[in-house]
Write a protein that binds this ligand. Structure first.
Ligand SMILES: C[S@@+](CC[C@H](N)C(=O)[O-])C[C@H]1O[C@@H](n2cnc3c(N)ncnc32)[C@H](O)[C@@H]1O
Length: 246
């Protein structure tokens, strides 16, 4: 996602790094950017070996809240979209500041502030409602965004935050991914996948069923517009890059 806007990563001073750790690397989306932009040895860590096996180069299975490294091993410790998945993100930040001897940088989205513009009128407000209910049902905070407070509590100093709006558009000619997305809306299957989580929050079964019905009708309108080539959608996900010094 950093193809079009790498200045948001400027605070990481990637060209002068020697040992970098990317925690919760998954399949290596951020790891690849770090390796392209830095002469450092970049080590990827993730709790899930099935994802990690798709990352080339140095990688290790490990837990963000108990990293298998000595204090001060790295001059930069990073993560992207990891803390939103953790019940105690502050513990991970403390661990990052232990294994770093210089800089910690965390990239997290604020999923409560995602915006959608669509040529199908109902899509924007239905997506907003579905997202709000889903976030209410999660056990973790997927709206973390900037984590200045967590950094300060971990004793990190010179904390700075940069925002990066990640934009995704759907327009003709439609990609396979976009066509599949429309099919999932029209069948309601995407929302059904999230049903259990949504019902963990304040939403009743009746409210969920009503939303699903409206969602499927919206999905049919999306499919119709796609057949005519008139469907357009723009989604913006705000990401925040929080950087601090050990
Ligand atoms: C949303 S993915 C982000 C992956 C990658 N950083 C990216 O930006 O595409 C979150 C990752 O965190 C990993 N993860 C979740 N809990 C973890 C933990 N306690 N320790 C290490 N990794 C963890 C998951 O396995 C998953 O790969």
């Amino acid at each position: 996602m950093w193809d079009d806007s790498r200045e948001a990563l400027a605070g990481l001073e990637l060209d002068s790094r020697e040992q970098v750790l990317d925690v919760g690397a998954g399949t290596g989306a951020l790891t690849r950017v770090l390796r392209e932009q830095s002469p450092a040895e970049v080590v990827a860590v993730d709790a899930d070996p099935t994802l990690l096996c798709r990352v080339a180069g140095s990688c290790l299975v490990g837990d963000a809240t108990g990293l298998p490294f000595r204090a001060g091993t790295f001059d930069l410790v990073t993560c992207q979209a990891l803390l939103i998945n953790l019940p105690d993100p502050g513990r991970a930040v403390q661990e990052f500041s232990r294994v770093s001897r210089d800089c910690v940088a965390v990239v997290e989205p604020d999923n409560s502030a995602v915006s959608i513009e669509s040529t199908v009128d109902e899509e924007s407000h239905l997506a907003r409602r579905a997202r709000r209910w889903y976030l209410q049902g999660l056990e973790t905070n997927a709206s973390l965004g900037a984590v200045r407070g967590l950094f300060e509590r971990a004793g990190l100093t010179e904390v700075s935050v940069r925002r990066y709006d990640h934009e995704r558009t759907v327009e003709p000619p439609y990609s396979q991914r976009a066509l599949e997305g429309a099919r999932r809306k029209a069948s309601g299957s995407g929302l059904t996948t999230d049903r259990e989580t949504i019902l963990e929050g304040e939403t009743t079964v009746e409210e969920f069923d009503e939303l699903r019905q409206a969602w499927r009708s919206m999905g049919r309108a999306v499919t119709e517009q796609m057949q005519k080539g008139s469907y357009r959608q723009r989604e913006v996900v705000p990401f925040f890059v929080t950087v601090g010094q050990v």
